[in-house]
Design a protein around this ligand. Sequence first.
Ligand SMILES: *[C@@H]1O[C@H](CO)[C@@H](O)[C@H](O)[C@H]1NC(C)=O
Length: 212
Amino acid sequence: MSFSLETLTELVDFNQQSLLLSAFAIAFNPTFWNIVARREYRTKFLTRAFGSAQTACYGLAATIFSLGLLRDFLYERALRDQPSHPLLQGELPTYAGYTLLALGNLLVISSTWQLGITGTFLGDYFGILMDGMVTGFPFNVTNAPMYYGSTMSFLGTSLLYGKPAGLLLTAEVLVVYLVAIQFENPFTAGIYAKREQQRAKLGHKVEGKKEL
Ligand SMILES: *[C@@H]1O[C@H](CO)[C@@H](O)[C@H](O)[C@H]1NC(C)=O
Protein backbone atom coordinates (compact mmCIF):
# COMPACT_ATOMS: atom_id res chain seq x y z
CA MET A 1 0.00 0.00 0.00
CA SER A 2 2.63 2.52 1.00
CA PHE A 3 4.71 1.30 -1.93
CA SER A 4 1.96 2.04 -4.43
CA LEU A 5 1.29 5.42 -2.86
CA GLU A 6 4.96 6.29 -3.09
CA THR A 7 4.97 5.19 -6.71
CA LEU A 8 1.94 7.33 -7.41
CA THR A 9 3.59 10.42 -5.94
CA GLU A 10 6.59 9.77 -8.16
CA LEU A 11 4.40 9.51 -11.25
CA VAL A 12 2.19 12.47 -10.43
CA ASP A 13 3.32 15.80 -8.97
CA PHE A 14 0.55 16.54 -6.48
CA ASN A 15 2.16 19.84 -5.49
CA GLN A 16 1.17 21.52 -8.73
CA GLN A 17 -1.76 23.85 -8.26
CA SER A 18 -2.67 23.39 -11.92
CA LEU A 19 -3.46 19.72 -11.17
CA LEU A 20 -5.94 20.65 -8.45
CA LEU A 21 -7.49 23.33 -10.63
CA SER A 22 -7.97 20.84 -13.47
CA ALA A 23 -9.45 18.25 -11.09
CA PHE A 24 -11.81 20.90 -9.77
CA ALA A 25 -12.97 21.95 -13.25
CA ILE A 26 -13.63 18.32 -14.22
CA ALA A 27 -15.90 17.78 -11.22
CA PHE A 28 -17.47 21.24 -11.41
CA ASN A 29 -18.94 21.16 -14.92
CA PRO A 30 -21.50 18.32 -14.67
CA THR A 31 -22.35 19.45 -11.13
CA PHE A 32 -23.05 22.94 -12.44
CA TRP A 33 -25.23 21.90 -15.36
CA ASN A 34 -27.23 19.43 -13.31
CA ILE A 35 -27.98 21.98 -10.60
CA VAL A 36 -28.91 24.69 -13.12
CA ALA A 37 -31.00 22.34 -15.31
CA ARG A 38 -32.98 20.91 -12.40
CA ARG A 39 -33.64 24.37 -11.09
CA GLU A 40 -34.83 25.38 -14.54
CA TYR A 41 -37.12 22.35 -14.63
CA ARG A 42 -38.62 23.26 -11.25
CA THR A 43 -38.83 27.06 -11.51
CA LYS A 44 -38.32 27.97 -15.22
CA PHE A 45 -36.00 30.75 -14.02
CA LEU A 46 -33.90 30.72 -17.20
CA THR A 47 -36.90 30.63 -19.52
CA ARG A 48 -38.26 33.69 -17.71
CA ALA A 49 -34.91 35.49 -17.78
CA PHE A 50 -34.31 34.84 -21.50
CA GLY A 51 -37.91 35.22 -22.61
CA SER A 52 -38.25 31.79 -24.22
CA ALA A 53 -37.28 28.21 -23.51
CA GLN A 54 -35.41 27.93 -26.81
CA THR A 55 -33.25 31.01 -26.19
CA ALA A 56 -32.64 30.01 -22.58
CA CYS A 57 -31.50 26.55 -23.64
CA TYR A 58 -29.13 28.06 -26.22
CA GLY A 59 -27.77 30.35 -23.49
CA LEU A 60 -27.12 27.41 -21.20
CA ALA A 61 -25.61 25.47 -24.12
CA ALA A 62 -23.15 28.30 -24.83
CA THR A 63 -22.24 28.44 -21.13
CA ILE A 64 -21.69 24.68 -20.85
CA PHE A 65 -19.68 24.67 -24.07
CA SER A 66 -17.46 27.52 -22.80
CA LEU A 67 -16.96 25.80 -19.46
CA GLY A 68 -15.92 22.71 -21.42
CA LEU A 69 -13.32 24.70 -23.36
CA LEU A 70 -12.00 26.16 -20.10
CA ARG A 71 -11.84 22.68 -18.55
CA ASP A 72 -9.89 21.36 -21.57
CA PHE A 73 -7.52 24.31 -21.40
CA LEU A 74 -6.90 23.74 -17.66
CA TYR A 75 -6.33 20.03 -18.32
CA GLU A 76 -3.66 20.64 -20.93
CA ARG A 77 -2.02 23.27 -18.76
CA ALA A 78 -1.99 20.82 -15.84
CA LEU A 79 -0.38 18.15 -18.02
CA ARG A 80 2.41 20.50 -19.05
CA ASP A 81 3.35 20.93 -15.37
CA GLN A 82 3.53 17.16 -14.81
CA PRO A 83 6.35 14.62 -15.12
CA SER A 84 6.40 12.35 -18.21
CA HIS A 85 6.80 8.60 -18.11
CA PRO A 86 8.84 6.60 -20.66
CA LEU A 87 6.11 3.95 -20.97
CA LEU A 88 3.73 6.61 -22.25
CA GLN A 89 6.22 8.04 -24.72
CA GLY A 90 7.19 6.83 -28.16
CA GLU A 91 5.29 5.85 -31.28
CA LEU A 92 2.73 3.42 -29.91
CA PRO A 93 1.23 5.69 -27.23
CA THR A 94 1.27 8.55 -29.74
CA TYR A 95 -0.69 6.57 -32.35
CA ALA A 96 -3.05 5.27 -29.67
CA GLY A 97 -3.50 8.86 -28.49
CA TYR A 98 -4.43 10.15 -31.95
CA THR A 99 -6.78 7.20 -32.51
CA LEU A 100 -8.55 7.81 -29.20
CA LEU A 101 -8.86 11.53 -29.96
CA ALA A 102 -10.32 10.80 -33.40
CA LEU A 103 -12.80 8.20 -32.10
CA GLY A 104 -13.72 10.35 -29.10
CA ASN A 105 -14.41 13.36 -31.29
CA LEU A 106 -16.37 11.20 -33.72
CA LEU A 107 -18.66 10.07 -30.89
CA VAL A 108 -19.12 13.59 -29.52
CA ILE A 109 -19.68 15.28 -32.88
CA SER A 110 -21.99 12.59 -34.30
CA SER A 111 -24.14 12.54 -31.18
CA THR A 112 -24.44 16.34 -31.24
CA TRP A 113 -25.39 16.03 -34.92
CA GLN A 114 -28.09 13.48 -34.09
CA LEU A 115 -29.53 15.28 -31.09
CA GLY A 116 -29.17 18.90 -32.18
CA ILE A 117 -28.17 21.68 -29.81
CA THR A 118 -31.24 21.54 -27.55
CA GLY A 119 -31.23 17.73 -27.51
CA THR A 120 -27.57 17.71 -26.52
CA PHE A 121 -27.71 20.49 -23.96
CA LEU A 122 -30.50 19.48 -21.59
CA GLY A 123 -33.41 20.73 -23.69
CA ASP A 124 -35.74 18.28 -21.97
CA TYR A 125 -35.35 20.24 -18.71
CA PHE A 126 -36.69 23.27 -20.60
CA GLY A 127 -39.65 21.31 -21.93
CA ILE A 128 -38.05 20.94 -25.38
CA LEU A 129 -38.40 17.20 -25.99
CA MET A 130 -37.21 15.06 -28.87
CA ASP A 131 -39.98 13.52 -31.02
CA GLY A 132 -38.65 10.04 -30.47
CA MET A 133 -35.65 8.14 -29.22
CA VAL A 134 -32.57 8.45 -31.42
CA THR A 135 -31.32 4.96 -32.22
CA GLY A 136 -28.85 5.51 -35.10
CA PHE A 137 -25.09 5.88 -34.82
CA PRO A 138 -23.53 6.58 -32.35
CA PHE A 139 -26.43 5.56 -30.12
CA ASN A 140 -26.36 2.03 -31.49
CA VAL A 141 -22.79 1.72 -30.17
CA THR A 142 -23.13 3.27 -26.70
CA ASN A 143 -25.97 4.84 -24.73
CA ALA A 144 -23.81 7.78 -23.63
CA PRO A 145 -21.63 8.66 -26.66
CA MET A 146 -21.06 12.20 -25.42
CA TYR A 147 -19.59 11.07 -22.12
CA TYR A 148 -17.59 8.11 -23.38
CA GLY A 149 -16.34 10.14 -26.34
CA SER A 150 -15.20 12.93 -24.05
CA THR A 151 -13.46 10.42 -21.75
CA MET A 152 -11.65 8.93 -24.76
CA SER A 153 -10.43 12.39 -25.76
CA PHE A 154 -9.03 12.96 -22.27
CA LEU A 155 -7.27 9.60 -22.40
CA GLY A 156 -5.91 10.32 -25.88
CA THR A 157 -4.56 13.69 -24.78
CA SER A 158 -2.81 12.15 -21.77
CA LEU A 159 -1.09 9.66 -24.10
CA LEU A 160 -0.05 12.41 -26.51
CA TYR A 161 1.52 14.29 -23.62
CA GLY A 162 2.96 11.07 -22.14
CA LYS A 163 1.84 12.07 -18.63
CA PRO A 164 0.59 9.62 -15.97
CA ALA A 165 -1.22 12.53 -14.31
CA GLY A 166 -3.42 12.58 -17.39
CA LEU A 167 -4.46 8.98 -16.73
CA LEU A 168 -5.43 9.94 -13.20
CA LEU A 169 -7.49 12.93 -14.36
CA THR A 170 -9.07 10.76 -17.09
CA ALA A 171 -10.14 8.31 -14.37
CA GLU A 172 -11.75 11.25 -12.58
CA VAL A 173 -13.55 12.26 -15.79
CA LEU A 174 -14.92 8.73 -16.14
CA VAL A 175 -16.11 8.55 -12.52
CA VAL A 176 -17.73 12.00 -12.74
CA TYR A 177 -19.57 11.01 -15.94
CA LEU A 178 -20.68 7.65 -14.55
CA VAL A 179 -22.16 9.47 -11.56
CA ALA A 180 -23.77 12.01 -13.93
CA ILE A 181 -25.35 9.19 -15.98
CA GLN A 182 -26.79 7.62 -12.82
CA PHE A 183 -28.18 10.99 -11.86
CA GLU A 184 -29.42 12.23 -15.25
CA ASN A 185 -30.85 9.17 -16.99
CA PRO A 186 -33.67 8.38 -14.53
CA PHE A 187 -34.64 12.07 -14.51
CA THR A 188 -34.75 12.26 -18.31
CA ALA A 189 -36.68 8.99 -18.46
CA GLY A 190 -39.16 10.50 -15.99
CA ILE A 191 -39.64 13.62 -18.15
CA TYR A 192 -40.38 11.48 -21.22
CA ALA A 193 -42.65 9.11 -19.28
CA LYS A 194 -44.68 12.13 -18.21
CA ARG A 195 -45.01 13.23 -21.83
CA GLU A 196 -46.20 9.75 -22.82
CA GLN A 197 -48.84 9.88 -20.09
CA GLN A 198 -50.05 13.25 -21.36
CA ARG A 199 -50.07 12.00 -24.94
CA ALA A 200 -52.09 8.97 -23.89
CA LYS A 201 -54.60 11.24 -22.13
CA LEU A 202 -54.86 13.53 -25.17
CA GLY A 203 -55.31 10.49 -27.37
CA HIS A 204 -58.25 9.39 -25.24
CA LYS A 205 -59.84 12.82 -25.52
CA VAL A 206 -59.45 12.92 -29.29
CA GLU A 207 -60.87 9.43 -29.61
CA GLY A 208 -63.74 10.43 -27.34
CA LYS A 209 -64.52 13.39 -29.56
CA LYS A 210 -64.50 11.23 -32.65
CA GLU A 211 -67.15 9.02 -31.12
CA LEU A 212 -69.35 12.06 -30.56
C1 LIG B 1 -24.66 1.56 -36.14
O1 LIG B 1 -25.20 2.28 -37.23
C2 LIG B 1 -24.28 2.54 -38.26
C3 LIG B 1 -24.91 3.48 -39.28
O2 LIG B 1 -26.31 3.39 -39.31
C4 LIG B 1 -23.83 1.23 -38.90
O3 LIG B 1 -22.94 1.45 -39.95
C5 LIG B 1 -23.17 0.40 -37.80
O4 LIG B 1 -22.82 -0.87 -38.32
C6 LIG B 1 -24.09 0.23 -36.61
N1 LIG B 1 -23.32 -0.40 -35.53
C7 LIG B 1 -23.83 -1.35 -34.74
C8 LIG B 1 -22.92 -1.88 -33.68
O5 LIG B 1 -24.95 -1.79 -34.87
